[in-house]
Design a protein around this ligand. Structure first.
Ligand code: ADP
Ligand code: ZN
Length: 290
């Protein structure tokens, strides 16, 4: 079997063909322009390589409900050209192969669960902190969808009393994403996140918000592992501070073996930023099995 994989992002589309073992045989990347410009390029790329199935992990929000008339559509995205666009339907019509469809972050969670540090686990979460904040959730061995799919980057957090930033989310101002995604850091401090690498206070506050979010996820989803990826998490000094603050905020209330090994519980991705694309290949495999 040869699997096609598409990580559909707001700025770029990453495509790959991947074998059953998870070897990436070929990959490419194209800018995300309008559907009219971008889709024919992607369809041609896959048509030329003839995969047996395709897996799509998309930016969103997207309709993942197979019983819905708008299943496979990107819905209320701020990228207006893609709003209500039927990305799944267009690929189905053009390629005529089984296609799996999920969010980009659920695909990344599935990638880590299939090939990386969440292998063998029934429950775990993958969080990206980059241009936005997204959370993919593996729960009881399945990717969590629910009514739509989790939008756990938009949970409301209590603010540090000394932080007077108005927040950067147009919907909620001071949700997790509005306080802690890369653009929020840039707006709060007037510098790129990378340029702030040597300012400890920045990462203390950032770790505080991340740890508060993790405590909420731990309490609600009971994950057995938490993977933190995305551009902002390239600031590796965040990890020890996040682990320490998470334990502080939990305050001894949860005493599992996982929490007892916090260094193995809150971890960076293990697949070299291939977790998303590998998860898409797994979505393709699952589509064939279905
Ligand atoms: P995307 O979210 O678009 O998929 P990324 O996860 O790379 O892409 O996130 C991009 C954001 O991450 C940028 O807004 C930038 O602020 C931040 N970022 C990227 N690299 C770094 C870095 N080395 N240190 C801190 N922040 C970074
Ligand atoms: Zn928000």
């Amino acid at each position: 079997m040869l699997y096609g994989a598409l990580e559909a992002g707001g700025t770029k589309m990453v495509v790959a063909v991947i074998n059953e073992k998870g070897d990436i045989l070929e990959r490419a990347s194209f800018p995300t322009e309008t559907p009219e410009k971008t889709m024919p390029i992607l369809i041609q790329w896959f048509s030329d390589r003839k995969p047996d199935a395709l897996g799509i992990g998309t930016f969103g929000p997207a309709d993942l409900d197979e019983t819905s008339p708008t299943y496979g559509c990107i819905t209320s995205t701020p990228k207006l050209a893609w709003r209500d666009y039927n990305i799944l339907g267009t690929f189905k019509e053009a390629l005529n192969i089984p296609i799996g469809f999920d969010t980009d972050v659920n695909a990344a969670a599935l990638g880590e669960a299939s090939f990386g540090c969440m292998q063998g686990l029934s429950d775990g979460i993958y969080i990206t902190i980059g241009t936005g904040v997204g959370v993919g959730v593996l729960s009881n061995g399945k990717l969590l969808h629910g009514m739509l799919h989790p939008e756990a980057g938009h949970i409301l957090l209590s603010m540090n009393p000394n932080d007077h930033f108005e927040g950067n989310c147009p919907y909620h101002h001071t949700c997790f994403e509005g306080l802690a995604a890369g653009p929020a850091l840039e707006k709060r401090y007037g510098k790129s996140a990378r340029e702030l690498a040597d300012v400890p206070e920045v990462w203390e506050l950032e770790a505080e918000y991340i740890a508060k979010a993790l405590v909420n996820y731990i309490m609600i989803l009971s994950p057995k592992k938490i993977v933190l990826g995305g551009g902002v998490m390239h600031q590796e000094q965040l990890f020890p501070i996040i682990r320490k603050k998470t334990l502080e905020f939990l305050n001894g209330y949860i005493n599992t073996k996982e929490i007892g090994s916090i260094d193995q519980y809150i971890v960076p991705p293990t697949l070299n930023d291939n977790q998303g694309i590998l998860g898409c290949a797994k979505l393709a495999e699952l589509a064939v099995k279905r």
